[in-house]
Design a protein around this ligand. Structure first.
Ligand code: FAD
Length: 490
């Protein structure tokens, strides 16, 4: 019997891990090569002075995607991780003292909404119906199907139902047509940031994200999000993936239009006819694929999703006002996105906070709190922000804002340890173009069709997975992209 062809997966982010596990389970000898000392990519971890922080994702949605992957490998999510369904997906706070807890239980959620505006309870129900419909109409074609070109997403159902996908108005226009309260409008508009876009430009189709969170729930794996990477690494090893960390792929080579091998930073050349790149397609073309630079330039002209400014704070005291996930909203959301779109930093940005000590007491010394803070900022491409000179001041400005506008008294004095990650760090650590978190922006009605396809159109045997390709960024989507790439290899 002929042995199945060897597959090399470049990059051990979530997409790469998912693809490698699936290829190995399908019986292919599989090698995964990761440049960093550990796998996980943007899902990563920092430990310092008794504090532990997840430094990338902090919110798990659509956990069945992870379960499906683990089941393919003979296990399950329940067997591998203790996943908590969060009682509140997020606490939203405004400087005037208004709070909104997005409770998981419907009666509690109705109470939260009624406390903001009783008339918006019915509006919320109608919005959920609409959001669920968007999800039902698009999930199968846009999430669960591999993409080999824009035509592959256009089946008869998309043509029949396209007008119902609400792609011709923006998220914000649609949200305002449902909700009276400016606060609830801001809450629903925030879902645009889940793919790094702007609610004032992204198509209303992305209102389906609200259903993914309100309808299906928000989750936290005890031990922290990094446990997902650890479990996937152990699963990959168990199904036979040869995992090589601290090894960079320096070239992907081809002959006569077909992949023939990769070279690595250790000087090794691995002959293979199948490569799945978990590195952003633009970077793969520009830096790795022989002769890919021209095509990379065309991708480099496209708008990137936002990047992130991350501050990790170890605090000597705990602030009960900060829930597991908390958003401290900016006073003028439209102005904030206008600044980001123009490549500028906003003076009073929306600050996302996460801490994990309620579920993992050992993530901080007794009585202390591990706070991860994230502000959406422009990717470095198209922005002139002088990060080395402004980063420390911007972190201080955020801490000051938490103190003075959101009532976290003495916040700055309580900081024991601080780490900062700028868009430059994200670009450098993960080979992410411009430090963008979600690859290309989703600010146009056609963005889903214009993501780089998962099978290279010119080089046979080269496939792509990860947040930079289809269906997009975020934990579940990156995992799905790995599934699609493995399917295409088969
Ligand atoms: C600050 C932040 C917050 C986020 N919050 C959330 C959240 O709450 N929920 C959510 O679902 N998602 C969130 N995300 C998005 C999510 O983390 C990503 O979409 C997902 O992890 C991306 O996975 P990926 O498969 O694209 O791989 P990546 O994470 O991009 O990993 C690519 C891997 O390839 C490696 N690599 C690059 N070049 C080479 C080379 N030449 N040779 C070998 N290896 C190479 C890199 O080192 C990296 O490990 C967040 C991301 C960030 C940065």
């Amino acid at each position: 019997m002929r042995q199945a062809e060897h597959v090399v997966v470049v990059g051990g982010g979530l997409g790469g891990l998912a693809a490698a596990i699936r290829c190995a389970v399908a019986g292919r000898p599989t090698t995964l090569i990761e440049a960093r000392p550990n796998v996980g990519g943007k899902l990563n971890i920092v430990r310092d002075q008794g504090f532990v922080w997840d430094i990338g994702p902090s919110l798990l949605t659509m956990p069945w995607v992870l379960d499906d992957l683990l089941r393919v490998a003979g296990s399950s999510l329940a067997a591998e991780l203790d996943v908590v369904a969060l009682p509140s997906a997020c606490r939203y706070m405004w400087a005037d003292g208004t709070r909104f807890d997005a409770m998981a239980s419907l009666p509690a959620l109705i109470q939260s909404i009624a406390a903001i505006n009783p008339r918006d309870v019915g509006n919320f129900m109608r919005f959920m119906q609409y959001s669920q419909q968007l999800w039902d109409l698009s999930a199968n074609q846009f999430l669960y199907t591999p993409m080999t070109g824009w035509q592959s997403l256009l089946d008869w159902r998309v043509l029949r139902d396209g007008w119902r996908l609400d792609g011709l108005r923006t998220m914000d226009v649609a949200v305002r047509s449902f909700f009276e309260s400016p606060q609830l409008q801001q809450v629903m508009n925030r879902f645009a940031t889940y793919n790094g876009s702007s609610p004032y430009r992204t198509p209303a189709t992305f209102n389906l994200i609200a259903w993914a969170e309100f309808g299906f729930g928000a989750f936290y794996p005890r031990g922290g999000l990094y446990r997902i990477a650890e479990v996937l690494q152990a699963t990959a090893a168990r199904v036979g993936v040869d995992i090589r960390t601290a090894t960079t792929v320096t070239g992907i080579h081809h002959q006569h239009g077909r992949v023939c091998g990769v070279t690595t930073s250790t000087g090794e050349t691995i002959a293979t006819q199948r490569v799945i790149s978990n590195v952003d397609p633009q970077v793969t073309l520009a830096k790795l694929l022989d002769g890919g630079a021209g095509r990379a330039q065309r991708l480099a002209r496209r708008e990137l999703s936002t990047s992130g400014f991350v501050v990790l704070w170890g605090l000597r005291e705990r602030y009960a006002q900060i829930d597991h996930h908390t958003i401290c909203f900016s006073p003028d959301y439209r102005a904030e996105f206008a600044d980001t779109d123009a490549g500028r930093l906003h003076a009073t940005p929306t600050i996302y906070l996460n801490h994990t000590v309620d579920y993992d007491a050992n993530h901080a010394p007794a009585g202390s709190q591990n706070v991860f803070a994230l502000v959406n900022v422009p990717a470095t491409r198209g922005s002139q922000i002088d990060w080395p000179n402004v980063a420390a001041g911007y972190a201080d400005q955020m801490a000051r804002q938490l103190e003075t506008r959101f009532g976290l008294a003495g916040f700055r004095q309580n900081i024991v340890v601080q780490h900062i990650l700028t868009p430059h760090d994200l670009a450098q650590r993960y080979n992410a173009p411009g430090g963008s978190i979600y690859g290309l922006a989703s600010n146009s009605a056609l963005s889903a069709f214009m993501r780089p396809p998962q099978r290279d159109p010119q080089i046979a045997g080269l496939y792509y997975c990860g947040g930079g390709t289809h269906p997009g960024g975020g934990i579940p989507l990156a995992l799905l992209s790995g599934k699609h790439a493995a399917q295409l290899v088969e």
